[in-house]
Structures are given as structure tokens and as C-alpha cells.
Design a protein around this ligand. Structure first.
Ligand code: RAM
Length: 963
């Protein structure tokens, strides 16, 4: 039986979500096919209320002739709030096959903008000091009759909260309601508590702490708070078999107390006094007579919206790999990985009042002592005061730490060592599905890839942050912008960026400027390459997920940003005024400066051009023809102005930095013949620097792209594989398990870059990951068809250092994969194209004759069309499926016309043969020219038949010149 299946149904990026408030949610599905070249010809999607079943659908599309299988918007009658829907899909392919109905998937709407029945409450100010550092407990007992069918809680807080029902923690979500621009937007969460409620007496409780709302956020003592008073808003809806409903909502009848969480802030940690625990506090029988009253208190928050991001959760637990005593005498646990989250630990038979203190740090100094210097004022201290039970287990509630090492004090019996099995590191971040893998023959690069992914996990804790440990942890726009291309390969980031971009949009300044950090807690605005996140992030999200709706929604912000730039500068088409971070932390900075040598107006104008181009493209994608034309014209003008100002008529870039050249190439600011000149100059800059980079935040993400896309992939590979400082593998060689903020966060002599700004978990330089996926492994998209519907595979094999590489990416259509292996001249390339997608494949150095797929001539392969042979190799067009290509790499041997004539010169020189033997002995061993005499060699060369490695020719020519 041939199989055509519909699987992996999603609604708004999620599997069976609850709390959907979109009026027209979007569906997606994947096709599974046992044939190659499967394309969806049509589909039928049916949505029904879950209680009614598919026999009585609310929306039946009927048969729709379309190959669209992602972001299919609901267009039926208005969805009802707090209602469970089921949906299913069936489809037809281009070969007339019809699938069965998919399994039913579900989604459940949230409050959909309806009024809250609950009232905001907080402990009465005359009973509990609102300024107390302690968290609050809020509770209510209630009765339920029998026949319960379902129960949901909708809740949020000004602060951070945990929900308890009948003594049970109701959800795995951590730090709800998440961090948004609270005064503009606040998320609420939906919890299914059906299994926790029961007929008879029930209790509901909220543990309410400070979270991002009131912890005091921001570096240099900014200590920003959204509000001084915490408050909660929650309502429980219980539905009964007879269709009736009961609502229990926060109101004046609730009671309040302080919690055993006596102190908790994001940066400094938490203190928990277990002696203050009140058993049964969220249960019905609990006596709350002594508890304080609550009062209504409406915090200054903006629109309450359904949870948009993935929830923050514990996604992995790490056991300590070692414990040791430092030279200074501290007992330290080593988690083996710089992680972000919290420690959970158990203590047995500790006398009441025993205080156990955990201090968290990322690294040890060169003497082996735990190093807290880079935390700046952030304390990262967790204290637990035992209640004297036989066994007590604790993990902090409303804080997180960035750490690999944990100094433990006061743990009973610790002089004899800690029971490692009673300690665990809980890794916390937005619980995004992982969608990317990269792996190759160099274990150091694999460690780099792990470091990049760990850096992302640690800094995608609800907001894309710069760092997770010091008194910062902020949504720096520049960092997010340079990293998003890598981020979206690694993890499903649609919901994550949707939420963050909505906050950015809410915080865009009236003049179109963009604050440095989103959510904005520090002020400051509109640096080039930082504010450009307003354009680059929506555009990139659109490209990866075909999320046209997000693009439409964000278009006003994108355009506003470009108009802001246009209003700057003393020339309409140059941006040469204002504050800029420049090429932040570049190595060509002046001493004691954080700003690299590339002129800030060059960077600003380059970004002006780039953002304008993307707004032009966004306008075109959205069908806004007038805007597309207007921004196209603006783009041309900015490019012209850039050239006038920064490029000499012969193509010399005005600033001799790597970053200046990188931007000119990466943003297409120069054309041929200047482009080749710029690329050559960039290559020279890197080679002259002995294959080391000098770039900072601005140049680094594009450096290797600029080289690989312009004929210098070998140089890019050497940069990647460079182990000495500075380069990506330098930190790996120093044992890093995450990406560092500085190329020399730890210097070769083991000392640190100064304390004042030295994060060991900063994803920005991890932006190299995108190039590893796209260029090294060769897994790429055709950007003119968003969402990876049209893939592009073009692995660049490099200068023979890697023998294999493999990348996989879970696209909206399913898994895509590219893997290659080189053995001498033989190359194997395996690719996977998900069903309903197609791909262009470029096999570098291949010719049609001699290339096989699955052992047979490529031209006979099902699903493959040979398009053409080019200078670069063989271009194929393939349909969905898995393919295994193999060929001899002519690229290693093929000689260009100039090289050929140079080679002829060498060979016609009397010293030719000796030179060849001395410098390129492989010429006499290679498959193409075994046993050839000098004269036949020359003859073959003259006929253009000789295939020698390009590098060998260069070596020969050089040797001849020197001989
Ligand atoms: C520091 C961090 C951050 C960067 C800003 C400009 O706070 O390095 O990553 O974006 O400076």
C-alpha cells in the first residue's frame, strides 16, 4: 500500500494548545509520503466543537485546491471563548492519491478579550506591608457539586505567581505570567485543573512574588520596577455534565498571608524559610481565620492578552559531575555545564533553623577559586532555612541563576562531602521545541554548536537577553538581531519572537525610534544595528515560518524605524548623526574602548540600506506595491550615498576594517567589479591577520558569509577552525560550554577581561551557527519562497579540513537534512526534503556524467531533474524525499583558464618537473595523473584536461617566482 498521511497538526505553532485568543487561528500540518516528489494538490480541513464532533462542523473548507499546508487561517464563523475545538485534515497529492483523515487535533480558545469576572486583589495594606520582601499567599475555599466535566483557571499577576489547587502545584510553568512590557501588555495563562478539583470542599491558592515586575531590573543601579504593589487576577471555571458552570474568582472574599519565600528577586536570588510553611494552605479545610483580608488593587498594566510565548519550564536536569574544595576553602559543586536555571536539593534530618546557602558562579579563576566578579551587584544567592523535617526538598520559585559552579555553605555534614545525588541543576527556558542539529568531523566545532545551543537556551528565558547572570539579563535588541538567524535554525521561535516583537512594537517611540532593550527598563534609544531589530526580526521570522500575518502586523513598526532613520543624519540618505554602539566589542577598538574601529556612520548607513531593502521586500510580500516602489527608490539612494561616501571609485572601502568590508558585501552595497575587489581586500585583511578575526557584534555574524559567498570559503573555514585567540574555537579550547561576551573573556594567560562587563553566556557571537547550517552543511532556504517550502542545498566542502558535516532542521513542512562526507576526491551528499517542499541542489565540483544517486546515474533518479552544469558544479531540482548523491569532486582538480596558463608556464620552465615534485607531490599521486611523464603532463595541461587542486597551482606559481 502506498502511504500518504497527514501528521503533526498544529494550531498557532502548537500541538493541541489551550488559551488561544486569535480570532482566526492558523493551522498547519505535514504530509508523510513513501514516494518522492510528493506535493499537496488539495486539502480539506474541518473544525468542530469538541463536544459536538465532526458530524456537526463549525467550519468545513470543502475541497480546496491548494498546496498550502502551513499558516492556513481559520475562516469560519466566530469562534466562541473558552471552547474546545477539534480539527482534522485530509488531502490529495499531485498523483491523485487521497489520504485518510488525520487524527483529530484540538485547540481551545481562551477568554478572547471577554471581560474578566475576577477582580485584581492584593493583601490589605493595613494588614500586610505591601513593601514587604516576602511573597504572598492568597487563598479561597469553595464547594463544588458532583458531575464535574472540566475545570480551567485563567490567571495572571502583577508580579510572578504559582497556582495551587487542593495542595497541588497546578502547572509546570515557571515565572508566569512571563515578562512583557507590562504597562502595555500582560499575558494571562490557561491551566487545565480538571484533575485537581473534586466534588465537595476545594481550595485554590496563589503564591505571588516579585518576578520581573517588581524585582528591580537594570544595570548600574537602575533598579527599575513596574510597580510597587503586587496583585493577582484569577478565575476558575468549572463545567458540569448538565452544561452549567461555576466560577470562582479572585475578589474581596479571598484571604492573604505572607509566604515562606521571604525574599526573591531575579538578580539576587531567593531566601526560603521552611519554618514559615503553612501546611494545607491551598486546601479547603485550612483555617485561615488568622489570615489577612485582601483588597482590590488595580495595577497599572496594559491590555491582558493570552499567553503568546512558549511557557518557561524546566527542560532538563543536570546532575553535578564533581565536588571539590577550592584553594580558598569553598566547597563547590560542578554541574559540568554553564547553565541557566536553579538548583533543586534535598536535605535530610537538618535541625530546624539550619541555613543552607548556595552561591552561583559561571567560572573559576586561574587559581581555581570560584569567581563572582563578573556578576557585578547581582548576588545569585539562594538560602534555605530548614524546618527540621526528616526530608526537605527545595528549589527557588521566582528567580534564576546563570552558573556552572555552586558554592555550598551550611549543608549538614558537608565537611565529609555533599551527597551529589541530592543536588540537581534544573535548566529553565522558554520551552521551544528544538528544531536544529549540526554535527561534523571536528569535535571542537561540535562543542561550539553545543555552546551555541546552550547559549540560546540560557538567554531565551522568555525574552531574548544578552546574558543570564549579572545585573542585566535584558532584551538587547542588537544581540537578538544578530542571533535570530541562528536561533530559528536551533529552536522553534515563532511564538517566542511574536511575543517579543509585540512588546517592541508597543514600545516603539513616537518618532519611530526603538529602545535599546525590549521590554524597555533602562531608557536610551535608536542605535544602528540595535534598532534595526525592528526590521530584521519580523522579516527573519517571516522567512523561517512563512508568517505573513506577523509581518503584516509588524509592518508599521518596520516602516516607522526606517522613517526614523531617514529623519536622522544631515543628508537624507546617510545616517551620520546620533549615538551608536558601533561594532561593539570589536578587537580593533582603541584601548579602553568597547567600540570597534569601523566608523559608526559607515555602520549606520549600511544598516539604513539593509533595513530599507527589507522594508521594500516586506512591502512586496504584503502586496503594498506603492511602498515597495518607494522603499526601493530610497534603497537605491542610500546605496548610492554609501558608495559616494565610503567606497572609492576603484572599490576601496574607506575604512580598512574587516567589519566595514563585511557590511559592504553582506548588504550588497557594492557591485562588480568593485565587489570582487572588496572581497579580495577582506580576504587579505583576514589572511594578513594570520586567519584571525577582529570583528565585534556588527561584523561577526556576517564575516564568514561575506567570505564564503564571494569565493573565499577556504578562508572562512580557516577562521572557523582557528583555535588560537581570537576565534570561535579559542573559547572552546579554554573549556567553554557556552558562548562568551568577549573573544577574550578569559585571556590566554588565564586572567579575565575586566569584571565590569564579562559574561560567559552571551549568545551574540554564536551567530556563526547560521553559517554552519547554511554554508558548511549546506542546508538553506530559497528566500523567495518563505518557510522552507523551497529548500536550497549547496554544501561548501572547504579546504579539506572537515571530512563530513550534517545538519538537520525541522521546518514547518517536516524534517530537512543535509549531510556530506568527503573521502579523497569522492564526495557523498545525502539530503532530505520534506513532503510538499522542493529543493534546488548544487553539487559543488560535480558533473552530470559520473554523478550517481543511490548508485544509479543521477539523470535516471526518480524525483530528480538535472538542471544544468555550471562552473560551480551540477545543479539539480528535486522533489520531496531522501536522496544519496555521490561523485568525484572535479572542483579539487579543475583548473580555471588563468590557472591553466600559469600551470603551463611552470611546466614549460626547465625547473618545472622538480618544482612539481618538490611542492605538489600529490600531482604524481592523484587519480587524474597517475604515472604521467613531464611531457605528457604538459600536454594534458595544455589541452586543459589536467585537474589539479587550485591551491597546488598557487603553491607552484609562488615556487616558480621564488626559484
Ligand atoms: C552590553 C552587552 C550587550 C550589548 C550592549 C550594547 O550591555 O554587551 O550584549 O548589546 O552592551
Amino acid at each position: 500500500m502506498t502511504e500518504l498521511l497527514v501528521t503533526a497538526l498544529t494550531c498557532e505553532y502548537r500541538t493541541n494548545p489551550m488559551g488561544i485568543d486569535a480570532a482566526s487561528p492558523r493551522f498547519g500540518w505535514q504530509l508523510r509520503s513513501d514516494r518522492r516528489g510528493t506535493v499537496q494538490k488539495g486539502y480539506r480541513l474541518v473544525v468542530a466543537e469538541a463536544s459536538a464532533g465532526f458530524e456537526a462542523p463549525v467550519w468545513d473548507t470543502g475541497t480546496i485546491e491548494s498546496d498550502r499546508s502551513v499558516q492556513v487561517a481559520y475562516e469560519g464563523p466566530a469562534l466562541q471563548p473558552r471552547t474546545a475545538y477539534a480539527y482534522r485534515v485530509k488531502l490529495w497529492d499531485g498523483e491523485g492519491r487521497e489520504s485518510e483523515w488525520s487524527e483529530a487535533a484540538s485547540f481551545e480558545t481562551g477568554l478572547m478579550g471577554g471581560a474578566w469576572q475576577a477582580e485584581w486583589i492584593t493583601p490589605a495594606a493595613d494588614a500586610i506591608d505591601p513593601q514587604t520582601e516576602a511573597s504572598f499567599l492568597l487563598r479561597k475555599a469553595f464547594e463544588l457539586r458532583g458531575g464535574i466535566v472540566s475545570a480551567r483557571v485563567y490567571a495572571t499577576a502583577a508580579g510572578a505567581y504559582e497556582l495551587y489547587v487542593n495542595g497541588q502545584l497546578a502547572s509546570e510553568d515557571v515565572l508566569a505570567p512571563g515578562w512583557t512590557s507590562y504597562h502595555n501588555r500582560l499575558q494571562y495563562q490557561t491551566y487545565d485543573v480538571t484533575a485537581l478539583v473534586r466534588e465537595g470542599g476545594n481550595g485554590i491558592g496563589l503564591l505571588l512574588g516579585d518576578g520581573w515586575y517588581r524585582s528591580g531590573i537594570g544595570f548600574e543601579g537602575k533598579n527599575f520596577k513596574y510597580g510597587e504593589r503586587r496583585a493577582a487576577l484569577a478565575q476558575l471555571h468549572v463545567r458540569f455534565a448538565d452544561g452549567s458552570e461555576t466560577v470562582v474568582a479572585t475578589d474581596g472574599t479571598w484571604k492573604a498571608s505572607t509566604a515562606p519565600v521571604v525574599y526573591s528577586t531575579i538578580y539576587h536570588g531567593e531566601t526560603y524559610d521552611a519554618r514559615l510553611e503553612q501546611d494545607g494552605w491551598s486546601e479547603s479545610g485550612f483555617d485561615d481565620a488568622e489570615w489577612a483580608a485582601v483588597e482590590r488593587y488595580e495595577p497599572a498594566v496594559g491590555t491582558i492578552v493570552a499567553q503568546e510565548n512558549w511557557p518557561t519550564r524546566v527542560t532538563e536536569t543536570l546532575a553535578p559531575i564533581a565536588q571539590f574544595v577550592t584553594p580558598a576553602g569553598a566547597l563547590v559543586l560542578d554541574l559540568g555545564q554553564n547553565m541557566v536555571g536553579r538548583m533543586r536539593f534535598t536535605v535530610k534530618n537538618a535541625p530546624a533553623g539550619t541555613t543552607i546557602t548556595l552561591r552561583h558562579a559561571e567560572v573559576l579563576d586561574k587559581d581555581g577559586n570560584i569567581y563572582y566578579g563578573n556578576l557585578r551587584p547581582a548576588k545569585q544567592i539562594v538560602k534555605y532555612i530548614a524546618k527540621g523535617a526528616a526530608e526537605e526538598t527545595y528549589a527557588p520559585h521566582f528567580t534564576f541563576q546563570g552558573f556552572r559552579y555552586v558554592q555550598v555553605e551550611g549543608y549538614p555534614g558537608q565537611e565529609n562531602g555533599l551527597p551529589l545525588e541530592l543536588f540537581a541543576g534544573e535548566v529553565l527556558h522558554s520551552d521551544m521545541p528544538r528544531t536544529g542539529e549540526f554535527e561534523c568531523s571536528d569535535e571542537r566545532v561540535n562543542q561550539l554548536q553545543r555552546n551555541i545551543q546552550w547559549g540560546q537556551r540560557g538567554n531565551f528565558l522568555d525574552v531574548p537577553t544578552d546574558c543570564p547572570q549579572r545585573d542585566e539579563r535584558l532584551g538587547w535588541t542588537g544581540d537578538a538581531q544578530v542571533f535570530i538567524g541562528t536561533a530559528l535554525f536551533n529552536f522553534q521561535g515563532g511564538p517566542f519572537f511574536t511575543k517579543w516583537l509585540r512588546d517592541m512594537q508597543a514600545e516603539q517611540l513616537p518618532n519611530g525610534g526603538i529602545p535599546f532593550v525590549i521590554p524597555d527598563v533602562v531608557g536610551g534609544d535608536s542605535s544602528a544595528a540595535w534598532g534595526d531589530a525592528a526590521v530584521i526580526c519580523p522579516w527573519t521570522t517571516y522567512l523561517y515560518y512563512d508568517d505573513l500575518r506577523l509581518l503584516e502586523e509588524q509592518y508599521g513598526m518596520m516602516k516607522g524605524w526606517v522613517e526614523y532613520i531617514r529623519s536622522q543624519g544631515d543628508d537624507e540618505f546617510l545616517w551620520n548623526t546620533g549615538f551608536h554602539f558601533g561594532d561593539w566589542l570589536a578587537l580593533d577598538a582603541k584601548e579602553n574602548s568597547w567600540v570597534g574601529a569601523t566608523p559608526r556612520d559607515l555602520i549606520a548607513t549600511a544598516y539604513y540600506a539593509y533595513s530599507t531593502r527589507l522594508v521594500r521586500d516586506a512591502a512586496a510580500a504584503l502586496g503594498k506595491q506603492e511602498d515597495a516602489a518607494a522603499y526601493g527608490a530610497l534603497y537605491d539612494n542610500v546605496v548610492r550615498a554609501f558608495r559616494d561616501e565610503f567606497v572609492s571609485p576603484n572599490g576601496r572601502i574607506a575604512s580598512p576594517t574587516q567589519t566595514a568590508h563585511v557590511l559592504a558585501l553582506a548588504f550588497d552595497l557594492v557591485d562588480e567589479p568593485m565587489k570582487s575587489r572588496v572581497a579580495r581586500d577582506l580576504n587579505d585583511l583576514v589572511v594578513d591577520n594570520d586567519y584571525h578575526l577582529t570583528t565585534g557584534f556588527v561584523g561577526t555574524p556576517y564575516l564568514c558569509f561575506a567570505l564564503s559567498n564571494n569565493g573565499y570559503h577556504d578562508t572562512a573555514m580557516k577562521l572557523l577552525l582557528q583555535e588560537s585567540y581570537p576565534g570561535w574555537l579559542y573559547s572552546v579550547s579554554k573549556g567553554a560550554t557556552t558562548i562568551w561576551e568577549h573573544w577574550d573573556s578569559i585571556k590566554p594567560d588565564g586572567s579575565f577581561w575586566s569584571d565590569d562587563m564579562n559574561s560567559f553566556n552571551h549568545y551574540a557571537y554564536g551567530a556563526i551557527g547560521e553559517w554552519m547550517y547554511r554554508k558548511v552543511a549546506g542546508l538553506d532556504m530559497d528566500a523567495s519562497v518563505p518557510g522552507f517550502k523551497r529548500l536550497r542545498f549547496e554544501p561548501l566542502f572547504g579546504a579539506g579540513k572537515l571530512t563530513h558535516a550534517r545538519a538537520a532542521h525541522e521546518t514547518m513542512y517536516g524534517a530537512a537534512e543535509s549531510a556530506w562526507r568527503v573521502d579523497g576526491a569522492r564526495i557523498e551528499v545525502r539530503i532530505r526534503v520534506p513532503a510538499n517542499a522542493t529543493a534546488e541542489v548544487v553539487l559543488r565540483g560535480a558533473a552530470a556524467a559520473g554523478t550517481t544517486e543511490n548508485g544509479a546515474p543521477v539523470s535516471d533518479a526518480a524525483g530528480v531533474t538535472v538542471v544544468r552544469e555550471t562552473e560551480n558544479g551540477l545543479v539539480l531540482n528535486v522533489g520531496s524525499g531522501e536522496y544519496a548523491f555521490a561523485y568525484e569532486n572535479a572542483d579539487l582538480f579543475r583548473v580555471t583558464f588563468t590557472e591553466h596558463s600559469k600551470l603551463c608556464d611552470v611546466l614549460s620552465d626547465p625547473r618545472g618537473e622538480a618544482l612539481v615534485k618538490q611542492h605538489v607531490p600529490e600531482l604524481f599521486q592523484g587519480p587524474a595523473i597517475n604515472f604521467v611523464s613531464k611531457s605528457s603532463l604538459k600536454q594534458i595541461a595544455e589541452n586543459g584536461m589536467l585537474r589539479v587542486p587550485k591551491e597546488s597551482i598557487a603553491k607552484l606559481v609562488e615556487a616558480l617566482a621564488q626559484a
